[in-house]
Design a protein around this ligand. Structure first.
Ligand code: GAL
Length: 370
């Protein structure tokens, strides 16, 4: 599962807890009509806000906004999409609704019976269990957390349905060092993203040094995309999308797919940047060098090429120099600009680019033919 980083859409960033059956169907339809599904965005993930109450038999019921989850799952599947659901190891979700504590196996079977293809499992109130039982012993608290994820992992496996396990515990206990062991195909590496450049940059650039923990089947997750929401300039959104691609991050859109501007579409549907994210080699990129807030990131690609991101984190346009020897490139390099969709010819050993405020220039280098 997840041989390349998972792609899809989630309710959370844009709709928060204000979600219902009709909204999910509308967004699923829009994923198809906008071309997003065909570009790879196949998971339709219902995040927090769907859980209603647990009855006397331990059955977890959705709120009245979700009258029939199985039918909704069938609808999603009928569109050639996959169905993601959300729970957590605590007694309560972050919204105060019931979570899976004590009912893991029963919930896993129910999710499988609905046709779920992904489970995001959010630590939330299990932090209270960890605090109370460990009494400040960090090792014990981390062990409890891992055991809670392992429990649900086993219960998902026991359903017999392949369900991608997405760990959400804000990077606690260095999730990247154990996420795979507990069956995770992806794990959050930090706190919740917010729709600001600062938050995006904290989560994205914060993954420097974590590349070795990711690879086919197991990915570092800097959180959902904020592309198409209102908090960042277009340049910053391009930088966001480019950075996620350099990081081999899951590309889970977090906007209102049913009302996208042409600009939003040009970002989320940039096939050349998506191809970097989905590159078959599955090597996460990392920072090659930086001069203050001007950062050059690279990511090796399956065809021998190299993706390069020149990120200007300052609040003014900057001149940035790509030095081939500092990105480990041997011999001449042909460049392609992945946002301008243009070949830029053979690069000199040090080429200078103007990078917009909080923006990016993203290139692919290849060995020139002939
Ligand atoms: C947070 C989680 C978010 C979202 C939210 C839902 O704990 O990190 O990604 O799932 O809960 O309430």
């Amino acid at each position: 599962m997840a041989m390349t980083p998972p792609m899809g859409w989630s309710t959370w960033n844009h709709f928060k807890h204000d979600i219902n059956d009709a909204l999910i169907r509308q967004q699923a339809d829009a994923l198809v009509s906008s071309g997003m599904r065909d570009a790879g965005y196949v998971y339709v993930n219902i995040d927090g806000g769907w859980q209603g109450y647990r009855d006397a038999n331990g059955v977890l019921h959705p709120t009245s906004s979700f009258p029939d989850m199985k039918a909704l799952g069938d609808y999603i599947h009928s569109k050639g999409l996959k169905f993601g659901i959300y729970s957590g190891p605590g007694e309560k979700s972050c919204a105060g609704a019931p979570s899976s504590y004590g009912y893991e196996a029963q919930d896993a079977r129910m999710f499988a019976s609905w046709g779920a293809d992904l489970l995001k499992y959010d630590l939330c109130s299990f932090r209270i269990n960890m605090q109370e039982e460990s009494k400040g012993d960090v090792e014990k608290s981390d062990a409890m957390m891992k055991a809670a994820y392992e429990k649900m992992h086993q219960d998902l496996v026991a359903t017999g349905r392949p369900i991608l396990f997405s760990l959400c515990q804000y990077g606690w206990g260095a999730s990247w060092t154990w996420g795979q062991e507990v069956g995770g195909s992806m794990w959050r590496t930090g706190e919740d993203i917010a729709d600001t450049y600062e938050s995006m940059a904290t989560n994205g650039f914060g993954e420097a040094g974590l590349a070795k923990y990711a690879g086919p089947g197991h990915w570092n997750d800097p959180d959902f995309l904020e592309v198409g929401n209102s908090g960042m300039t277009v340049e910053a959104q391009r930088a966001h999308f480019s950075l996620w691609a350099m990081l081999a991050a899951p590309l889970i859109a977090g906007n209102d797919v049913a009302s996208m501007t042409a600009e939003t579409k040009s970002i989320l549907l940039n096939g050349e940047v998506i191809a970097v994210d989905q590159d078959a080699l599955g090597r996460q990129g990392d920072r090659a060098y930086a001069e203050g807030l001007l950062e050059v990131w690279t990511r090796p690609l399956a065809d021998g090429g190299l993706a390069v991101g020149l990120f200007n984190r300052t609040t003014y346009p900057a001149r940035m120099t790509l030095r081939l020897k500092d990105v480990g490139w041997q011999g001449p390099a042909a460049g392609r600009d992945l946002w301008a969709h243009k070949d830029i010819g053979v690069l000199s050993p040090a080429s200078t680019f103007t990078v917009p405020t909080r923006g990016v220039v993203m290139l692919k280098l290849t060995h020139p033919r002939g």
